[in-house]
Each structure stands twice: as structure tokens, then as C-alpha cells.
Design a binder for this molecule. Structure first.
Ligand SMILES: [Zn+2]
Length: 359
């Protein structure tokens, strides 16, 4: 446990273990987070691919006065609103900070309070320079962008200033309306973008406990476990994402196709690198379980997918789309219960594209 505090909201622990908020621990630690994967992800957190760039700055906590270095990750700035601030009525004072959102998840290392910060004096200048530069010359990888001009609204239109405000908003929704796997998945994404994969792991695990068919949470866990070399578990979650994709309707179809393509890309890397020990695709038993059918021999329902016809390239996520379409029911070929990948796995993959995830 870090001496300076683990920067965790005690209310998150209470929500995860099903306790009322007033039963939340005074001091929350990583060890208190439930879930199979939290400890492994925490120990290897630097290996989990980030969805946002690192962006450290020195901030002063307004609760206890202590200064510290925190990772702000992506800064979202409403340049348009700021330009029109004279015209806009309402609660905003017109201060620069009122138009800024900070996606990094951090709490005071000394007093653990959140959302009350004195921002560095030069941040406004940095945002203007960086944002203008990005607008003129967009970086080739938008995930490297430290400043984005725009607004980051939650599903209900709420605009969190800090990631900790967004987290609080979700925790209040759970307390008011009961828990919802989809909302836990969104909270997991907030932690991922905030640079806190161990908190994300706990949220995604909570999501699939509430709904074992939550495709996005399975895919996210698969990606994270792939990164930290927990390949058997990674493959299991990627397989479950594939198996339940057909009945998943909470995601735009194109995004879902790309999500499954990434699952398949990582599965193919694990399959090749493990010399076939990790299965590329789910087997007939997993299919039957996913469909809630009783397990029997596959018999004449068995249908083998001949994967030779697919030109799969681990450096090219899009090459997996035709295979993803089978799991989405977009083609007539599925469902199948066996796979023949002869001819495709004679070479090992030494170089494959990183940074292929997009959401
Ligand atoms: Zn403090």
C-alpha cells in the first residue's frame, strides 16, 4: 500500500461490497477492492494500455493546502463557451476553470479529498497553446492529445469538472436507482480514461456480476488481462464478449464490430504466441452455455468454421471484421461449433500493432 494513500473513494468500496454509504471505511485501500483481477492489474498497472496520455502537473489541495504532483491526463476545454462567456448567462462566473474538464482520476495524497484544487497558473496558457496547435495540426494519434476542445458530457448531460465528480454522480445514481451493469461499465471507462486501471477492473467485474452478458465489460477485462499477460482469463472474457455480442444492443453497431475485432485480434495473438494452447474462438460447450442449452455432444449440430478463408493480420484490426460479423449474426455462416485454423498458425507473430484500440 502506498504511504501517501491509495486515492480511492471510500464510497466506491461501500458500493462494491453492497454496504450503505455510512458504512464506508474511513480510509480506502487497494486491498479493500473486491474482485479477482484488481491485485494483478494494480501490480502491473503500467503495462495496461492507456486510453489517455499522461499529463502530470503540480496542484494544491484546497482542503488541506498540500501541494502534489497529479496526472491530469486529458484536458477537455470548452473553447467555444469560453469565447462566448460574455453572452452566456447562468451560473458560470466566466472564469477559465469553469470551462475546463479534467479526465484524470486523482484525489489528494494527504487528505484524500477530491474536486477542490488550485490549478497551476500556466495551465490556461498551456491549454490555449496545445488546443490551438491540435486544431491546426491534429496529431496522428488522437489518443496522444493532452488537450481536446469541446465538452465531455455524461449520458444524462451532466458535465463533471473532475473525474471524481463523474464518479460521485454514478455512485449517487446507484444509491437512488439501484445498480445497473451498464452504469458500472461506464464507471469502469471513466477510471480507464482517468488512468486508474485497477479501479476500472473492480468496476468491470461488478458489471459482469450484475449482468454476465455485459459485452463491453467482458471485452474491457479481456484487453486489460491481455496487457498484463493473464492470458487464460483474457481469452475467457474475450470469448464471452463474442458469444453474447449478438444479443447486445447498448452499443452502436460499428463500434461493437470494432470492439469484437479487437477481441479477435488479441485472441489471435495469444493463440499464436501460446502455440495453440489458448483457443482462438469459443468452443461448442461455451456456445451451448451462452445459449443456455443443456450440454450434450455436439452431434450433427457441429459445424466447423474454415478459417483459412480469412486473411487475419494482427497488425490490422480491420482484418478481423469479417470474423466479427459472424458473431454479430451479420453473415449466414454462424453459429459454428468448431474451428479449423490449419495453415494460418505456422508462423509466430513477433511484431503486432500496439495502440489499436479505439472507442
Ligand atoms: Zn488535501
Amino acid at each position: 500500500m502506498a504511504k501517501t494513500g491509495d486515492q480511492i473513494n471510500p464510497a466506491l468500496i461501500a458500493a462494491l461490497v453492497g454496504k450503505e454509504l455510512d458504512a464506508a471505511p474511513e480510509r480506502a485501500t487497494i486491498a479493500m477492492l473486491p474482485g479477482r483481477y484488481v491485485a494483478k492489474v494494480w501490480a502491473n498497472r503500467d503495462r495496461v494500455e492507456r486510453l489517455t496520455p499522461k499529463n502530470p502537473h503540480v496542484l494544491r489541495c484546497l482542503s488541506c493546502g498540500q501541494r502534489g504532483r497529479y496526472d491530469l491526463s486529458t484536458l477537455v476545454f470548452d473553447a467555444e463557451g469560453y469565447g462566448d462567456r460574455e453572452k452566456s448567462a447562468g451560473g458560470k462566473s466566466g472564469a477559465f476553470e469553469d470551462f475546463l474538464q479534467i479526465l484524470g482520476y486523482f484525489r489528494c495524497k494527504r487528505c484524500n479529498s477530491a474536486g477542490q484544487w488550485e490549478l497551476p497558473k500556466d495551465l490556461e496558457w498551456l491549454i490555449m497553446a496545445d488546443g490551438a496547435g491540435n486544431a491546426l495540426h491534429p496529431p496522428s494519434d488522437p489518443f496522444e492529445q493532452r488537450v481536446i476542445w469541446g465538452v465531455a458530457a455524461m449520458m444524462d448531460g451532466f458535465l463533471p469538472r473532475f473525474a471524481t465528480d463523474g464518479e460521485e454522480h454514478y455512485l449517487q445514481m446507484f444509491a437512488r436507482n439501484g445498480e445497473d451493469a451498464f452504469l458500472w461499465d461506464r464507471l469502469g471507462n471513466l477510471y480507464m480514461k482517468g488512468g486508474r486501471p485497477e479501479l476500472a477492473a473492480a468496476a468491470f467485474e461488478q458489471s459482469i456480476q450484475l449482468d454476465p452478458q455485459q459485452v463491453e465489460s467482458h471485452a474491457s477485462l479481456g484487453q486489460m488481462l491481455f496487457d498484463v499477460d493473464e492470458w487464460e482469463d483474457a481469452a475467457r472474457h474475450h470469448h464471452l464478449a463474442l458469444l453474447h455480442a449478438r444479443n447486445y444492443h447498448r452499443m452502436d453497431t460499428e463500434k461493437l464490430r470494432m470492439l469484437l475485432a479487437e477481441s479477435l485480434r488479441e485472441l489471435s495473438i495469444m493463440h499464436l504466441e501460446s502455440e495453440r494452447k489458448i483457443p482462438l474462438l469459443p468452443d461448442w460447450q461455451q456456445h451451448a452455455q451462452a445459449q443456455g442449452e443443456s450440454l450434450g455432444e455436439p452431434g450433427n449440430k457441429s459445424k466447423t468454421l474454415m478459417i483459412r478463408g480469412f486473411d487475419l493480420n494482427p497488425s490490422d484490426q480491420k482484418s478481423y471484421l469479417p470474423l466479427a460479423d459472424i458473431y454479430l449474426g451479420h453473415t449466414e455462416e454462424g453459429p459454428f461449433t468448431g474451428v479449423d485454423i490449419a495453415g494460418t498458425d505456422n508462423r509466430r507473430v513477433h511484431r503486432y500493432g500496439k495502440k489499436k484500440r479505439r472507442r
